[in-house]
Design a protein around this ligand. Structure first.
Ligand code: PEP
Ligand code: MN
Length: 337
């Protein structure tokens, strides 16, 4: 449930309620808006039944929250959350572009990509060092060595870097080299990994699971938030449907739905959603128009030789053209790029 305070409620009144909630063994999350403060209660509400919070000073009303996710819920936190990755701010009025290869293949490949995407206006470099591949015989990633290349690329270009983590070992290594962790579609409900990512102290990009509902996805985000890590960004990357013309089906409606249900920023990945280079641009455009806070686009110096996801990766020229064409649309949506 949430306790909505009267406009300009006194700090002592807010503090009194917070202490009462905590004294009953629950957590109180305060969201201070410009005029109205909201106190969200997490835990077993039945413990609070004996306390008649409605009659406490400066309380306007008590609203039950029926959804299972609380900290990710917009009712708990009506203002949009912004997530800082070094000096890049995701959410609010910003439009942030993540780009880079599916997999880190070599130092040269990564550095060349980092330089080119930076020139084209990308804000964050992505690259997989631990690759969750469908076949165990496909390239599995350079692992720890790949992470060292990510850090070198960051040091050389100034772009913050993000890498997917697939195990506790990967988290322990990644925190030494990267600025943001990615939890991939296949691990969206790996609750152990979600908790460990929550404890890492780094911001987390949480991709939607291949067959996950939006409610399951927000509950996955809740696992990270419940560890005390407020820096979660969601990424819609397509879901499984009966359609086979594209690798997945981009659920563009997830953008406005998430905007209505949650305060967390949401970006869109049209590369994994389609698996086809030719569809990346139109879906990137549709993501901007739907109100997304950013994009994740795979790029490669020579997609035909890529060790993974070549068919969906853009060349540098194509990426440069895409960002140029996106800019006016992003401005039309009143976001900064
Ligand atoms: C990726 O971003 O490299 C990736 C594997 O994506 P997803 O988890 O969305 O399949
Ligand atoms: Mn990929």
């Amino acid at each position: 449930m949430i306790i909505v305070m009267k406009p300009n409620a006194k700090q002592e009144s807010i503090f009194r309620i917070k202490s009462t909630i905590e004294a009953n063994g629950l957590d109180a999350h305060i969201s201070a808006g410009k005029e109205v403060t909201i106190i969200g209660v997490v835990g077993d509400k039945s413990k609070l039944l004996a306390q008649n919070l409605e009659i406490f000073e400066d309380v306007d009303k008590i609203v039950p929250v029926t959804e299972s996710y609380k900290l990710a819920n917009k009712k708990f936190h009506p203002e949009p959350t912004t997530v800082k990755v070094r000096d890049v701010v995701i959410g609010g009025n910003n439009f942030v572009i993540f780009s880079g290869p599916c997999a880190v293949e070599s130092k040269e490949q990564l550095l060349a990509t980092a330089q080119e995407i930076k020139k084209a206006g990308a804000h964050i470099l992505r690259g997989g060092a631990f690759k969750p591949r469908t076949s165990p015989y496909s390239f599995q990633g350079l692992e720890d060595e790949g992470l060292t290349f990510m850090k070198e690329a960051r040091d050389e270009t100034g772009l913050p870097v993000i890498c997917e983590i697939t195990s506790l070992h990967a988290i322990e290594s990644a925190v030494k080299y990267v600025d943001m962790l990615q939890i991939g579609a296949r691990n969206m409900q790996n609750f152990y990994l979600l908790k460990e990512a929550g404890k890492s102290g780094l911001p987390v990009l949480l991709k939607r699971g291949l067959s996950a509902t939006i409610e399951e996805w927000l509950n996955a985000a809740e696992y990270i938030l419940a560890e005390g890590n407020p820096n979660v960004v969601l990424c819609e990357r397509g879901i499984r449907t009966f359609e086979t013309a594209t690798r997945n089906t981009l659920d563009i409606s997830a953008v406005p739905v998430i905007k209505r249900k949650s305060h967390l920023p949401i970006i869109v990945d049209p590369s994994h959603a389609t698996g086809v280079r030719a569809y990346v641009k139109p879906l990137a455009m549709s993501a901007v128009a739907a109100g997304a806070d950013g994009l994740m686009i795979e790029t490669h110096p020579n997609p035909s030789t890529a060790l993974s996801d070549g068919p969906q990766s853009l060349t540098f020229e194509e990426f440069d053209q895409l960002t140029e064409e996106l800019k006016p649309l992003v401005k039309l949506m009143e976001k900064n790029i």
